[in-house]
Write a protein that binds this ligand. Structure first.
Ligand code: ADP
Ligand code: MG
Length: 333
């Protein structure tokens, strides 16, 4: 698996949003890649560009937002060159997205069964009966009991947790190669969140899918991520193997974010990212230097200029400091 080509390659992705007062550079040249069967967790404060990045990969940005990239490829397919129609074929089939709010994906007017069955028959030449059997099987897999009898129910007849499970089942109907889950359980009770994420991880392993999980739950990240990307103000400021990023966070922002100690077994479900004083600068118009410097205790003059990227065995960070100036584990909240 080591020398396998990444299933998803993102290089130099930018997303610009035209606004009355200028262009909002919401995502500013980010890179990441992911192999089959791997889990990448994207973390970062609200507004850092995580959802836009997810939508850009899925081709769901809409027309007013401008996407550009040096490379945006999925399983060797150049996603930048695909038509709307091609993207619709890929979505729900080879790549799928799970949203925070299940009703984004579920139609209130159709039964669970109809929607699950259609998710498969839309993309594959299978019979209704076969699709139905797969739906029952998957509902069982996502932990829904009496799956058969659920098929005739409507989304509003289910609890939030069950709806989320149905949405996961729906995303998995075609056994996608890539699944992007954008804060999929934030609206749910903490215990249910942990269960559902565990489940997603198990299914991901079983089906050898690549998973991108956008989450605020550090306990989850510590337990399930192979790689972590930390986003701040439209950039990935630190990324690498999860263990390396947690054990030795290099970017002052990452260290600030990890206000609790994210160690497997120690960090519990529901533990949240810390908050750092200060505000994110405006990303409208030209943005120069490190966007975190106004909030950074380690800022110096050089931070207003071009910022180098450091790479230690695949653990990257963009900062004027090549090494952390303080110990990762001793960061105050
Ligand atoms: P995150 O998911 O990390 O919280 P988003 O990707 O949703 O952040 O948003 C990144 C930035 O882009 C935010 O400043 C947000 O306000 C802005 N943004 C996102 N979508 C739109 C849109 N459709 N129109 C204008 N601004 C947007
Ligand atoms: Mg978001």
């Amino acid at each position: 698996m080591d020398n396998q080509e990444p299933i998803l390659r993102v290089e130099g992705l930018t997303i610009d949003i035209p606004m009355a007062k200028g262009t909002l550079h919401a995502v500013r040249g980010i890179d990441f890649s992911l192999r089959r069967g791997e889990t990448l967790c994207i973390v970062g404060e609200s507004g850092s560009g995580k959802s836009l990045t997810s939508l850009a990969v899925m081709g769901l940005l809409g027309k007013t937002l401008k996407r550009s990239a040096k490379t945006l490829s999925f399983a060797g397919i150049d996603l930048m060159a695909q038509s709307e129609r091609d993207m619709r074929h890929l979505r729900g089939d080879r790549m799928a997205m799970i949203f925070q709010e299940p009703m984004t994906s579920l139609n209130p007017a159709y039964t669970i069964g109809d929607q699950l069955i259609e998710a498969l028959t839309l993309h594959r030449p299978v019979s209704q009966g076969e699709a139905r059997a797969r739906a029952v099987d998957l509902l069982g897999k996502v932990g829904i009991t009496a799956a058969e009898s659920r098929l005739s129910q409507y989304p509003h007849q289910l609890s939030g947790g069950l709806r989320q499970r149905v949405m996961i089942a729906m995303a998995l109907m075609c056994e996608p190669e890539l699944i992007i889950a954008d804060e999929p359980t934030t609206a749910l009770d903490v215990t249910i969140q942990a269960q559902i994420l565990r489940l997603l991880k198990d299914l991901q392993r079983e089906m050898n899918m690549a998973l991108i999980l956008v989450t605020h739950d550090l306990g989850v990240v510590a337990r399930i991520a192979d790689h972590v990307a930390v986003m701040y103000a439209g950039e990935v400021v630190e990324w690498g193997p999860a263990r390396a990023v947690f054990d030795a966070p290099n970017h002052p922002y990452t260290r600030g974010l990890l206000s609790c100690i994210p160690v497997p077994g120690k960090t519990r479900p529901g533990d949240h990212l810390g908050s750092i004083p200060g505000i994110v600068p405006s990303l409208v118009g030209k943005v120069e230097g490190c966007a975190f410097r106004g909030r950074c205790a380690e800022a110096q003059e050089a931070c207003a200029g071009p910022i180098p990227i450091h790479d230690q065995d695949g653990h990257h960070h963009s900062c004027v400091h090549a090494q952390a100036q303080t110990q990762g584990r001793e960061i105050p909240a």
